[in-house]
Design a protein around this ligand. Sequence first.
Ligand SMILES: Nc1nc2c(ncn2[C@@H]2O[C@H](COP(=O)(O)OP(=O)(O)OP(=O)(O)O)[C@@H](O)[C@H]2O)c(=O)[nH]1
Ligand SMILES: [Mg+2]
Length: 147
Amino acid sequence: MSTFLDLTQLSAASLAQLDQAQHARQKAANHLEAMAENLSAAEMEGSTASGQLSLTTQVEPLRGVAGNLQQGIFRLVVLGDLKRGKSTLLNARLGERLLPSDVNPCTAVLTVLKYGLQKQVTIHHLDDMPPEKIALEDFKQIYTIGP
Ligand SMILES: Nc1nc2c(ncn2[C@@H]2O[C@H](COP(=O)(O)OP(=O)(O)OP(=O)(O)O)[C@@H](O)[C@H]2O)c(=O)[nH]1
Ligand SMILES: [Mg+2]
């Protein structure tokens, strides 16, 4: 999967958009950090005044998400009605037909795409079964809705 951007191939307009996106990510990360700070401060104040609200469990996750955003790690969610071209759009962005796409309802499961050294699919089951690694071609065959 080719996931690294070749910056020399991008137009000035695309580079400006990347710059804007990075700026927006930084701003969002700063807001999340500020929320974490506010929660910590409020809990400390509450412990000697009105009582704590048990929000300390939210502080670390907020800091974690802020840190990920700063490093450019985030989830981009692609949602849409059946057969709106979600898989086709993602394949086009990846430059490869990784996800099955069809005229019939096709993608049967929530799918998370992320960079890896090998093309591999991990199936996470809703029950207690451990995650299962399968080949991409098997994934397309088993987890696609038939016509
Ligand atoms: N004309 C046209 N057809 C498109 C476009 N994008 C996707 N298609 C076609 O629309 C059909 C559905 O595309 P998919 O990418 O499978 O749609 P999807 O939203 O992932 O579908 P599900 O996962 O089944 O919900 C396929 O036959 C695609 O070739 C587009 O921009 N224009
Ligand atoms: Mg799909």
